[in-house]
Design a protein around this ligand. Structure first.
Ligand code: AP5
Length: 225
């Protein structure tokens, strides 16, 4: 596939709006990898790398990890073979400096194809993040109420232990929301102005959100329905 045919999707939306859930479901459909900066940082935390040690304090406080390290990490990730045809970004870019950096990275590759923003209320964010549980082994995401595992605390897929993310505590969630409104929400206007924004009601059940996204991708000629 030539560079001009590359597809880059940028998911926007507050913490807990379902960016990861939806991006993951699109990977096979589009044949593109999901690039989640949050997941990449958590990988480094788990493996106690220098980057993980640096990121921990920011993540635990719900603040953004400094742009320099975040941008370098994404640049490196985009060199992997699986991103040859494009990527689905989840959690990046998160401020205007990261948008500018992404534009440079994608110069000559056609730029961003679509930026869906998942719209959910703050009350829903609190409900979703408070109940989120993640498998320590495979990373599959559950919700104790909305998508519970068959056996509490155990992953249906591989029997791994389910845990609650450190930054899913109520006081950290509040700050993550604040950081979203202050630093990330201006990106909604940025992509709107470029005709790339697609507003999606993220309060619907996950399968319906996915249907809407696939219809949008078909409308834009990014995928066939
Ligand atoms: P990150 O991991 O990106 O966290 P986030 O943006 O806060 O997003 P979440 O992963 O919390 O939520 P999501 O929208 O993916 O929702 P999910 O699908 O899991 O970032 C964490 C930290 O890393 C940041 O705070 C920062 O410190 C650092 N960081 C990351 N990127 C950075 C960057 N670019 N620059 C600087 N720092 C960065 O769903 C949530 C829950 O809801 C789940 O339990 C799920 O099962 C459930 N759910 C999902 N959809 C639905 C639905 N439709 N109905 C009911 N339940 C649903």
């Amino acid at each position: 596939m030539s560079h001009a045919e590359r597809t880059f999707i940028v998911f926007l939306g507050p913490p807990g709006s379902g960016k990861g859930t939806q991006a993951r479901q699109l990977t096979d459909y589009l044949g593109l990898p999901q690039i989640s900066t949050g997941d990449l940082f958590r990988f480094h935390l788990q493996h106690a790398t220098d980057l993980g040690r640096l990121a921990r304090g920011y993540m635990d406080a719900g603040e953004l990890v400094p742009d320099g390290v975040t941008i370098r990490m994404v640049e490196e990730r985009l060199t992997h073979a699986d991103a040859a045809a494009g990527a689905i970004f989840d959690g990046f870019p998160r401020n205007l400096a990261q948008v500018t950096a992404l534009e440079k990275m994608l110069a000559g590759a056609g730029g961003v194809s679509l930026a869906p923003v998942l719209v959910v209320s703050d009350a829903e964010v609190l409900r979703r993040l408070g109940g989120r549980r993640v498998c320590r082994t495979c990373g599959h995401v559950y919700h104790v109420e909305f998508s519970p595992p068959q056996q509490p605390g155990v992953c249906d897929r591989d029997g791994g232990e389910l845990y609650q993310r450190d930054d899913d505590k109520p006081e950290t969630i509040q700050n993550r929301l604040y950081v979203y409104y202050k630093q990330t929400s201006p990106l909604v206007g940025y992509y709107f102005a470029r005709g790339l924004l697609a507003e999606v009601d993220g309060a619907q059940p996950p399968a319906q959100v996915q249907q809407v996204l696939r219809a949008l991708l078909a409308d834009r000629g990014i995928a066939t329905a």
